[in-house]
Write a protein that binds this ligand. Structure first.
Ligand code: GDP
Ligand code: MG
Length: 719
């Protein structure tokens, strides 16, 4: 029989859902050894015994109460889409804690199949789990899996399909006792709900009643809309019993409910579910490592060391292939330039396309190396430790421990992107902390800023790794200081407490590392081939048109003729080069872009930016990658002697209008000014257009003020 079937993977964060999803569907979604990677659900297909099966990867949740956006996404999916079965992935190394969610599925009544994942780790701890016994006590199929190697995935599919067919979409809610204080009220609420058919088409009566006791914001709101009268009665019942619980037991109904659930699970786990085969003689490996790596003083010191090492290694390894790529593009522009006749087409190809896109692609090897190391930090579990250690710091600046992840995703270790970074703020519960995080995450060193940093570092400083390190650090300082500023002025308010679990350390798999590295590098390359190509051509056109008036062209031609008749061969060559250079500079200045850049110069010169830099920075509003490509185009348009062209860095270094002060000012500005267009759109979506506009205006003003200070100070100090 051929059927279509939908199975939803659900479970606690970090239990291996995405890994299982990838194993089942052959997809290559990001897995990460820290909570909060999946916020939206995604779907993929697989086949099993002639059945077409859609697998859905839901965000990780600890409960089904509407506490966090993840919980809402997961719950709404299950309640509204009614998958044929929920495949509950559990981290079997902490079975009791993971069963808390399972129990809530059972109370909801949806068909559930359990995958006890990470069985390899359980065995390593010298333990066994009696799945037959557990399955009998729960009344649900239980399968042992190792998602990482795909172990047990076939059995899991088989069980899930068979169970879904057996249940035929029927929901069978489990009713557990919540004790003498809540049970009588629950009974009355259920009676009322059933009798008035209140929201019955959505969820089981008892479940709705429990949600009222738990004071679930979403259910309360929907109930209000569904039938305000019944909703009012239910709310009153819930309020009364809450007051009663608080006065007699000094506890809220929510906590009471949680206590009874844990009690129920404890009774399930009693006697023989987990068996210890070999006693564990030493401390768990993760705990041992954490004694050092998250130690109060040593931990942060190691963290800084690790970050520095990343930059050091990136440059030490990455520079070699980067040289090759640069050489290739130089060869390419030489070859293409030679093949095409001088004129517009040649200029478009060589200056516009190869100069622009090549400038961006030149950084691919370096960025790939860096991505690889960041992927290692994520997958190994160290990233979560960094978040943990930074929590106290975050708090001091009016942010939240969970703000660390958006910062890191945005480029807190260089090479991220503010777009997913801003989206990652969805894990923040307090709207004020979320807003402060959204507004400051774009200060981090995203992958598009990295080439600018590398370019300037190579041109004006001795030690590139050091420059990178301090720039990235500078991004953090700016983010934290601005966050503090915002949180003590326009977004004042209390801080909320932080709970985050530290996942165990795990050796990342080579496959996982390569997938992560490739995904990010590919996203970067794709952008170079599309958005950046388009903007490069646009900017090239703005820098080319309108051309010089005939009168000026004739004037330069006349100068050449004079030189040819009056100078000796040696002097002539030099003189002609100078004339060519003057002409192209003049032409560039005469172009649309040149005029815009020149007009702005009167202000931007305070920070040492000339009109060519202005053009590049304007382009950077569209995408920060464009900064380097535009500088490349602007400075190759002014190029005269092809033999001297050894990279943009060298060109900038030898340009008389550039210096260390300009470089520092530009670094400051690029790090801090308006987020790129896509980020602005995402900020608007996560907050409002008002705040998105704020981030453009405020960041640009702030960046400019700081870069003026940086420029003037450096110049004063260096004389
Ligand atoms: P999710 O948050 O539930 O989607 O979890 P992920 O799929 O992102 O996995 C979290 C971490 O657990 C990753 O580092 C995985 O490599 C690792 N992992 C997943 N399944 C297993 C397993 O069966 N055994 C072990 N040892 N590690 C696993
Ligand atoms: Mg996931």
């Amino acid at each position: 029989m051929n059927r279509r079937m939908t199975l939803a993977l659900a479970g606690n964060p970090n239990s291996g859902k995405t890994t299982m999803y990838n194993a089942l569907t052959g997809a290559r979604q990001r897995v990460g050894n820290y909570p909060g990677v999946t916020v939206e659900h995604r779907e993929g297909d697989t086949r099993h015994n002639g059945n077409d099966i859609t697998i859905v990867d839901l965000p990780g949740t600890y409960s089904l109460t509407a506490y966090t956006p993840e919980e809402l996404v997961a719950r709404d999916y299950i309640v509204e889409k009614r998958p044929h079965a929920v495949v509950n992935i559990l981290d079997a190394t902490s079975l009791e804690r993971n069963l808390y969610l399972t129990l809530q599925f059972m109370e909801l009544g949806v068909p559930v199949v359990l995958a006890l994942n990470m069985m390899d780790s359980v065995h390593k701890q010298g333990k066994e789990i009696d799945t037959t016994l557990l399955a009998k006590r729960l009344g649900l199929p239980v399968v042992e899996t190792v998602a990482r190697t795909g172990g047990g995935k076939k059995e899991l599919l088989e069980e899930a399909v068979a169970y879904a067919e057996e249940r035929r979409g029927s929901w069978e809610p489990l009713a557990i006792s919540y004790g003498p204080d809540l049970d009588p009220v629950l009974k009355k609420m259920v009676a009322l709900i059933e009798e008035s058919r209140f929201m019955v088409e959505r969820a089981p009566a008892r479940w709705v009643a429990i949600k009222y006791l738990e004071n679930d914001a979403q259910v309360v709101k929907m109930g209000e809309r569904h039938d305000a009268e019944v909703a009012g009665k239910l709310l009153k019942m819930a309020d009364d019993v809450a007051r009663h619980c608080r006065s007699t037991l000094k506890i809220s109904p929510e906590s009471l409910i949680a206590d009874y659930r844990y009690g129920y699970i404890a009774s399930l786990m009693k006697e023989g579910v987990i068996k210890t085969i070999r006693p564990q003689e030493r401390l768990d490996f993760s705990d041992q490592l954490d004694r050092v790596l998250t130690q109060q003083f040593v931990g942060p010191a190691i963290m800084v060391g690790v970050l520095y090492a990343i930059f050091y290694v990136t440059f030490a390894i990455g520079e070699i292939p980067m040289g090759w790529v640069e050489m290739f593009f130089e060869w390419l522009s030489g070859a293409v330039g030679g093949a095409l006749p001088e004129g517009l087409a040649q200029s478009l190809m060589v200056d516009g396309i190869i100069g622009g896109v090549g400038g961006v692609l030149g950084f691919v090897p370096l960025i790939a190396v860096m991505f690889m190391m960041i992927a290692f930090l994520e997958d190994s579990g160290y990233m979560a430790r960094m978040a943990y250690m930074m929590d106290r710091v975050m708090r001091a600046f009016g942010l939240h421990g969970s703000s660390v992840m958006p910062f890191i995703v945005s480029g807190g270790i260089a090479g991220g992107c503010a777009v997913p970074g801003v989206m990652a703020t969805r894990t923040l519960r307090s709207p004020k902390e979320k807003l402060a995080t959204v507004l400051t995450a774009p200060f981090m060193s995203c992958g598009a800023k990295v080439p600018v940093i590398i370019l300037l570092a190579a041109a004006f400083f001795e030690n590139s790794a050091q420059v990178m390190f301090y720039t990235v650090l500078g991004g953090w300082v700016a983010a934290l200081v601005v966050a503090k500023l915002l949180r003590s002025t326009i977004i004042k308010g209390e801080s909320t407490p932080f709970v985050m679990e530290l996942p165990p350390y795990r050796m990342p798999t080579v496959r996982g590392l390569l997938i992560h590295t490739w995904e990010r590098a590919w996203a970067y390359i794709k952008k170079a081939g599309t958005v950046i190509l388009g903007i490069s051509i646009l900017i090239w056109a703005m820098m080319t048109f309108p051309g010089l008036p005939d009168k000026d062209v004739a004037n330069y031609q006349a100068q050449r003729t004079i030189a040819e008749t009056t100078l000796s061969a040696d002097a002539l060559e030099e003189r002609l080069a100078t004339i060519d250079n003057e002409e192209s500079q003049h032409a560039l200045q005469h172009s649309v872009a040149g005029r815009i850049g020149t007009t702005m110069e009167s202000v931007t010169q305070l920070a040492g930016f000339d009109w060519r830099t202005n053009i590049a920075l304007l382009g950077g509003f569209a995408a920060k990658e464009v900064i380097v490509s535009t500088l490349g185009t602007a400075y190759s348009l002014g190029e005269v002697d092809a033999e001297e062209a050894d990279g943009l860095s060298a060109r900038l270094a030898s340009d008389p209008s550039w210096g260390v002060a300009t470089a520092i000012a530009l670094l400051v500005f690029v790090m801090l000014y308006a987020p790129c267009f896509v980020t602005v759109v995402v900020i608007a979506r996560e907050t409002s257009w008002k705040w998105a506009a704020f981030s453009v205006v405020f960041n640009t003003g702030f960046a400019f003020a700081l870069s003026v200070v940086a420029f003037q100070m450096t110049r004063a100090i260096m004389g």
